[in-house]
Design a protein around this ligand. Structure first.
Ligand code: AMP
Ligand code: ZN
Ligand code: FE
Ligand code: FE
Length: 288
C-alpha cells in the first residue's frame, strides 16, 4: 500500500485543482491520498466528486483522507499542524480556521505593499489572480516575483531579501497556538500530526521541548519522512517518536508544479494509517 498523507491543491498554494490532484494520485499508483490544504477544507468536495467519477469509470482510484494543514505559532516560531478526519462543521475549529485563512488576504496585501515600498514592481491584482479562489500564501507572491524577473525560483523568494521568515517583505499572519490546535482538532474528532517538525530552512522548527509538551497535550504523531529532513534528522525524530509514543508519518507535501517533489515521494506505513483512521471520529476516509 502506498499512502501519501500531505498534499496541496489550488484550494491553497498547490497548482493542481482538487480533481486533478485526485487523478494524479491515481496515476501515481497511490492507495491513499490526504488533501491537506493550508487552513482550509475548500477542496474536499471537489476531490470527493472527482474520486467518485474516477471510480465510476472502473479505474483504480485512491482512498481520500480529508484534512488540513493548520498554520500555528509558538514562542514566535511558525509551525504547521496536519489535522486529519476532523468534522469540518464543528463550529469552534471552523471559526478558528476561518480566522487564520481570512487573515491571509490582508497579510499578503501587506507583503505586496512592502515589496512596492522597496520599488519592486509586483501588484496585488496579479498575486490575487495567481491565487485565484485559493487561500493566498507566500508561494503565490513568489510566483509574481518570478514573473517580474526578480528571482529565478520559488526557493529564491524565501530568503531574507524577499519573503523568507523575517525577510524585508515578510509579514506575519494570524496563527493558532499549536496546543489550542491539538485541543480543537481532537474536539472535532480529528487526529493531529506535527508537519515537518525539523525543517530548519523553512523556519518551521521549534525547540524539541515543544514536541514533548505537545505529546503530553494529546498530539498524535510527527511527520518524519519529509523531503526537508535528512537521514540523521529522520533517525533522530524516529527515536523521539518512540520515546514519546507518537505515530510516525511520511508524505510528499506535494504542491504540483510549485515544487519538484512528486506524489508518493515519501509514504506512511499502512499500520500507522489504520491507527489514524481508528482514532478519528470526526470523519471517515472516502470511500470508507
Ligand atoms: P505561508 O503559509 O503563506 O506563510 O507560506 C508558507 C508556504 O510556503 C509553505 O507551506 C510552503 O509551501 C512554502 N515554503 C515555505 N518555505 C519555503 C522555501 N524555503 N522554499 C519553497 N517554498 C517554501
Ligand atoms: Zn504550501
Ligand atoms: Fe507545511
Ligand atoms: Fe504542506
Amino acid at each position: 500500500m502506498r499512502i501519501d498523507l500531505h498534499t496541496h491543491s489550488t484550494a491553497s498554494d498547490g497548482t493542481d485543482t482538487p480533481a486533478q490532484l485526485v487523478r494524479a494520485a491515481a496515476a501515481a499508483g497511490l492507495d491513499v491520498v490526504a488533501l491537506t490544504d493550508h487552513d482550509t477544507v475548500a477542496g474536499h468536495a471537489e476531490a470527493r466528486k472527482a474520486l467518485g467519477e474516477l471510480r465510476d469509470t472502473g479505474a483504480a482510484a485512491p482512498v481520500l483522507v480529508t484534512g488540513a494543514e493548520l498554520s500555528c505559532r509558538v514562542d514566535g516560531v511558525s509551525m504547521h499542524m496536519l489535522a486529519y478526519l476532523f468534522d469540518p462543521r464543528e463550529p469552534e475549529l471552523h471559526r478558528e480556521r476561518e480566522l487564520v485563512r481570512d487573515d491571509r488576504m490582508p497579510r499578503a496585501q501587506a507583503m505586496v505593499a512592502r515589496l512596492r515600498e522597496h520599488g519592486v514592481p509586483v501588484t496585488w491584482d496579479r498575486v490575487a489572480e495567481i491565487a485565484g479562489d485559493g487561500a493566498v500564501g507566500r508561494p503565490h507572491i513568489a510566483q509574481a516575483l518570478i514573473e517580474a524577473g526578480l528571482v529565478d525560483s520559488i526557493a529564491q523568494a524565501f530568503t531574507p531579501e524577499w519573503i523568507g521568515p523575517g525577510g524585508r517583505a515578510y509579514v506575519e499572519k494570524h496563527e493558532l497556538d499549536p496546543f489550542e490546535a491539538v485541543r480543537l482538532v481532537r474536539n472535532a474528532g480529528g487526529v493531529t500530526v506535527f508537519a515537518h517538525p525539523a525543517a530548519r530552512e523553512r523556519g518551521t522548527c521549534v525547540p524539541e521541548s515543544v514536541i514533548h509538551d505537545l505529546a503530553a497535550a494529546g498530539l498524535d504523531g510527527i511527520e518524519v519522512d519529509h523531503m526537508d529532513h535528512d537521514e540523521p534528522t529522520r533517525a533522530h525524530l524516529r527515536s523521539l517518536a518512540g520515546e514519546l509514543g507518537l505515530l510516525i508519518t511520511g508524505s510528499s507535501d506535494y504542491h504540483g508544479t510549485r515544487k519538484t517533489v512528486r506524489l508518493g515521494a515519501n509514504t506512511t506505513d499502512p499500520e500507522v494509517y489504520r491507527e489514524i483512521v481508528r482514532r478519528a471520529t470526526g470523519a471517515a476516509p472516502f470511500p470508507p
